[in-house]
Design a protein around this ligand. Structure first.
Ligand code: MSP
Length: 655
């Protein structure tokens, strides 16, 4: 491999669906990728860092329809939300791709043509269980209770359609060889077996076109088959090469293959099986690594809008500081494992790791260097008086990089922090203030200089994680973090020589109490207050409850919302039930099974609005999950749905 090629690093995030606004999970993937990109640039690599949005598919088409928008209009809006959040978060991406970009569309069509001409794509009839929400077909064995999607629990439908297929089965052996070609193809390494076993169980050919909806990339015109659009995962995965100009203007293709595709564990199968198989078919090299992180949860539960427990990354970053938030995410959980988000854990990291260990160390040397040496520091005596500490710290610095390349950011930071402990301990043991009294000024200076040098090296190695904070630390030590200082202080292990320390205000002021009231916490606080109130008003409330009265707080526990019916169908074999898909302004419409068939036909309902009890525990009716209840009034003349007098935005609260 040429030296130039060795120096190229291509890093990608998944492209995010535009049916949801950015949340902490998206921020996590992007921040890990940003950290790797920044590190690689700092050490002198030629980096290309890609992120973007995934905009086609039935799910997006439906979400747009429910909002009364065209899919393109809707995608433009949400895509912009992702882009501006990444800009606000100072994410150092080189390209933001959108799957509605013209060059992406052309590139995907070109890829389809290449695979078709190679004989890897053929036309046949497909019949299978399809989950609209996950855009995925499942085999009978994969379904839960013979009907429900194993990923999201929603009801699947049997789809029979003419489809083009990709000969995935042909690539079984080559995929297995690829996983074995390096132990770290899939990161964390513990995930490899999951993928290998899936492939060893046998791969079916993959249906890669759809005729049941329209919002997708058309097949290349040479196939002359306009009713098909491409399967959204084929379209989406191709972004990793179309962003480099595949099939159009290939001048960035020299960045291929990707060093690492960073993804969440839920989309590992697509990246570790389908994607390499597509690449083999295209005759392109395979990525070096696919790295799958775990999920962020709240109190052990998956985050979702309907549970009201989604953490807004911007709210957290605004309150606690973007870089503190970055540090927390990258330090808190071992890569690949799930992590529970709590403000308490974030506050502890800020106060302890950042405030006590890092910030205080800087304050200590600012204080001592100012008091004893007018802020002037000379590293001359460090090797003489602190050889062991310096050697121990250097040894740790030299072992860090592999952690980062295995995306073990928590281990990297954990090790780095050990050097701060060496520095703090050196002060406590050497006691420069005593040395000053004993007139051993050179020894006191050596300790201050040791600590300043450890801090300088830490600020370089921490730079990709906390870009601005580390520049502030470096500035106070008289240098700037860049490739030159990386080479000098880390690669060559040099010391800073003589320099003047500049005072900086405290970097990590202590935080006592949570700064943000998240929706879940708001609900918790409200519940606690309710309890208190219930206690104090017990006797009063006994009387009231006898009279059937409830408090306003009790009433507000019921979440009532306006919803728009986007789909309605009869439940076969049921006299009473209709199955509705109701948009409540959430990620995806809710499925509500309602006993209203005697009074309403599906066509009466689609496009109309209803009032919904939105926080009702999901229940199963005739094997179908129902995620809410529509309000209706019934008397001897029949049943009437309760509707808003004038149209209201889907999801508007009632109360
Ligand atoms: N569009 C596809 C990816 C196509 S890539 C060719 C997609 N998009 S997504 O928006 O649903 O998810 C993007 C990423 O966010 C995934 O890697 C997913 O794992 C991650 N997360 C979504 N929720 C998450 C958490 N709660 N926690 C951590 N990450 C999770 O999938």
């Amino acid at each position: 491999m040429s030296e130039e090629k060795c120096k190229r690093v291509y890093i990608t995030t998944p492209i995010y669906y535009v049916n949801d606004v950015p949340h902490i999970g998206h921020a996590y993937t992007t921040i890990i990728a940003d950290t790797l990109a920044r590190y690689s640039r700092m050490v002198g690599m030629d980096v290309f860092f890609l992120t973007g949005t995934d905009e086609h598919g039935q799910k997006i088409e439906q979400a747009a329809k429910a909002k009364g928008k065209s899919p393109q209009e809707y995608a433009n809006e949400i895509s912009e939300k992702f882009k501006s959040l990444w800009d606000e978060f100072d994410i150092s991406y080189d390209k933001f791709i959108r799957t509605t970009d013209e060059n992406h569309i052309k590139g995907v069509q070109k890829a389809f043509e290449v695979m078709y001409e190679k004989g890897d794509i053929y036309k046949d009839l497909y019949r299978g269980h399809y989950c609209v929400s996950c855009e995925t077909f499942f085999t009978q064995q994969q379904l839960v209770d013979d009907e429900f999607c194993p990923e999201c629990g929603r009801s699947t439908s049997i789809v029979e359609e003419e489809s083009y297929f990709f000969r995935l089965s042909k690539y079984e052996n080559r995929l297995l060889e690829w996983y074995e070609s390096r132990p770290d193809r899939i990161l964390p390494k513990s995930k490899k077996n999951e993928v290998v076993n899936f492939v060893k169980n046998g791969l079916d050919d993959l249906s890669i076109t759809r005729t049941s909806f329209d919002w997708g990339i058309k097949l290349p015109s040479c196939l002359n088959d306009p009713k098909h659009v491409m399967y959204v995962w084929l379209d989406a995965l191709m972004n990793y090469v179309t962003a480099l100009g595949y099939g159009t203007d290939e001048k960035l293709m020299h960045y291929w293959p990707a060093k690492v595709h960073l993804i969440g564990k839920d989309i590992l199968r697509f990246h570790a099986i389908y994607w390499p198989a597509f690449l083999m078919s295209l005759g392109l090299e395979l990525p070096h690594h696919v790295a799958a992180h775990g999920w962020w949860t709240r109190n052990g539960e998956k985050m979702s809008k309907s549970k009201g427990n989604v953490v807004d990354p911007k709210e957290i970053a605004d309150a606690y500081g973007l870089e503190n938030f970055r540090y927390f995410m990258l330090r808190e959980v071992p890569f690949g494992q799930d992590g529970d988000f709590s403000q308490r854990a974030l506050i502890d990291r800020i106060n302890s790791d950042l405030g006590n260990d890092l910030g205080n160390l800087l304050n200590r040397i600012i204080g001592m260097s100012g008091k004893y040496f007018d802020f002037k520091v000379d590293s001359e005596g460090v090797k003489k008086w602190h050889e062991k500490e310096l050697k121990d710290a250097e040894e740790i610095f030299s072992t860090l990089e592999p952690y980062l390349y295995e995306i073990q950011t928590n281990r990297y930071l954990e090790e780095l922090w050990k050097t701060l402990r060496i520095a703090n301990k050196a002060i406590d043991t050497a006691m420069p203030w005593v040395k000053m009294k004993e007139k051993k000024e050179d020894e006191a200076m050596a300790t201050i200089a040791l600590v300043a040098n450890i801090l300088a090296k830490v600020s370089v190695l921490l730079h990709p994680f906390m870009p601005k904070t580390t520049q502030t630390i470096a500035k106070s030590l008289g240098f700037t973090v860049n490739n030159e200082s990386y080479n000098r202080l880390i690669k060559s292990g040099e010391l800073l020589k003589t320099f003047t320390i500049e005072k900086v205000p405290p970097l990590f002021p202590r935080i006592e109490e949570p700064l943000v009231e998240t929706p879940a916490e708001k609900a918790e606080t409200a519940a606690k207050e309710d309890k208190k109130e219930v206690k104090s008003k017990k006797s009063e409330s006994n009387e009231e409850s006898k009279a059937g009265l409830i408090t306003i707080d009790e009433f507000f526990k019921v979440s009532l919302k306006v919803g728009t019916v986007v789909e309605a169908e009869e439940v076969p074999k049921s006299k009473k039930l209709l199955k509705l898909q109701v948009d409540l302004g959430e990620e995806r419409p809710r499925q509500i099974v309602a006993g209203i068939k005697e009074w309403y036909s599906p066509s009466d309902l689609v496009g109309t609005q209803v009032c919904v009890v939105a926080n009702l525990k999901p229940a199963k009716l005739m094997g179908m999950v129902s995620e809410g209840m529509v309000l209706a009034a019934k008397d001897e003349d029949g049943l009437s749905l309760i509707r808003p007098e004038r149209p209201k935005k889907a999801g508007t609260a009632i109360g």
